[in-house]
Design a protein around this ligand. Structure first.
Ligand code: MG
Length: 458
């Protein structure tokens, strides 16, 4: 937490437990959040990490010291905590989570009364209170109370069910393999699937903050066991969640693992059949398949910077109902405009039940693109000058500068070149109608960027 006058990154506050993030630090952040919220009623929830209770208590001590009333909802997926804030008409919420980060991490996410992360301007207010230590500490008689609020997981499951055709799904008796990766998805997915009449096989479904079985991020390279289980057991599909279960990645019945924007495009297609001309929100890192589907229904796509909060904020601003991300997040506005792994699972089941088609076929019917990804090292201090020089060198092409530089070509191929917000690297995402085209784009622009990095260094 050494960056001057900044606490919040693109995904709340994150750090290594008892190095960056100590109980003392979290209590102080709690005092800042409590001062900002001025005696409000706030939910506190957390994921399944080993430091969850330690930090929830430290947070609660800061919030109550500054006069806020705290309702502890326990360990729960991030979207379940977000839903509880809205459902119980709270003033806001604090979630202790580091999402998919390794087990030594934890973090703090702050939400507004609708469960969506607070906007940047409110984060700045909290940061100012924190750094100036202007905490509104209350006298002994005005300290806030802390309560336990039980039952939010059931409320969340019931809410999800209202958005799908439960009877239609139940009739199919799907066999689903769920892999929460020892995260909080295990507290919801098996129960939701059971309610939807599925036969469920659970992998890594016990809560374990050491993530002993697979890394928490549901990347294809971490989902080999799930893919094998789906094939071996002849299941209808598999679904993997990240540590706080806002992301869901699907494995079809043949064992193929699909990127999040493919599943999103499938949800989008069926959503647009019923909501023609609705605007779809997605970051520039998503596949062009999202746009091709939107075009076929006369709908518009709004491309945003990469980051789940940006998508949520844009959906709120434009009052739109559907957003999605490449890394496995569908934002289903009629439920809540945030990434939600369990909601995404129910939506996919709903589509399967209504069409009677297998998941591989549904995904195979989408416009097909080949995607290649790569990265190169670039020192943090060179990222900006390199990006400027690169943008200048391609200014005669069709360029989108929403986030990094995205080059769009006539043959529906594209490449996004973007500095990582957290690591000293540049990332490349290329796609084309053939694998060869995607690979060619990566090779060409990787060479070009490497040369620019060398030149800028010199
Ligand atoms: Mg997450």
């Amino acid at each position: 937490m050494s960056k001057e006058n900044r606490l919040f990154g693109t995904n709340g506050i994150r750090g290594v437990v008892n190095q960056d993030l100590t109980p003392e630090f979290v209590a102080k952040v709690g005092c800042a959040i409590g001062t900002f919220y001025k005696g409000a009623q706030l939910i506190v929830g957390y994921d399944g990490r080993t430091s969850n209770i330690m930090f929830a208590h430290a947070m609660t001590s800061g919030l109550t010291a500054t006069g806020c009333t705290v309702y502890d909802v326990g360990a729960a997926p991030t979207p379940a905590v977000q839903y509880s804030v809205k459902h119980h008409k709270m003033d806001g919420g604090v979630i202790i989570t580091a999402s998919h980060n390794p087990p030594e991490y934890n973090g703090i996410k702050v939400t507004a009364s609708d469960g969506v992360e607070i906007p940047r301007e409110d984060e700045i207010k909290i940061e100012n209170i924190y750094f100036k230590e202007k905490f509104a500490l209350k006298e002994y008689s005005k300290i806030g109370q802390a309560h336990v609020l039980p039952g939010i997981l059931d409320e969340y499951i019931e809410a999800i069910k209202t958005h799908v055709d439960v009877a239609a799904i139940q009739k199919r008796h799907y066999h689903v393999i769920a892999d929460p990766g020892n995260g909080t998805g295990g507290l919801v997915a098996p129960y939701l699937l059971r309610d939807l009449g599925c036969r469920i096989t659970a992998l890594n479904a016990n809560l374990d903050g050491t993530f002993p079985n697979r890394p928490s991020e549901p990347r294809p390279e971490n989902l080999g066991d799930l893919a094998t289980a789906v094939k071996t057991l002849g299941a209808d599909f598999g679904v993997a969640y990240d540590g706080d279960a806002d992301r869901a990645i699907f494995v079809d019945e043949t064992g193929e693992i699909h990127p999040g924007d493919q599943t999103f495009a499938l949800v989008e297609k069926f959503f647009l059949k019923e909501h023609k001309r609705e605007t779809i929100v997605t970051p520039v890192s998503s596949s062009f398949v999202v746009k091709e589907i939107a075009d076929s229904y006369g709908a518009k796509v709004v491309w945003t910077k990469v980051g789940s909060t940006t998508v949520s904020m844009m959906m709120k601003k434009l009052k739109t109902k559907l957003g999605g991300e490449e890394n496995g997040g569908v934002f289903y506005g009629p439920h809540q405009p945030v990434r939600d792994g369990a909601m995404t699972t129910a939506l996919v089941l709903n589509i399967m039940a209504k069409t009677g088609k297998k998941l591989s076929r549904l995904l195979g019917e989408l416009p097909q693109y080949f995607i290649e990804k790569d990265k190169i090292e670039c020192p943090n201090n060179l990222k900006e000058p390199v990006l400027e020089a690169f943008a200048d060198s391609v200014k005669n092409l069709n360029v989108d500068k929403t986030d990094g530089v995205k080059l769009l070509f006539e043959d529906k191929s594209s490449i996004l070149i973007r500095p990582s917000g957290t690591e000293p690297i540049y990332r490349f995402y290329a796609e084309g109608k053939t694998r060869q085209r995607a690979t060619q784009l990566i090779e060409k622009y990787k060479t070009q960027l490497s040369a620019l990095i060398k030149k800028t260094k010199a």
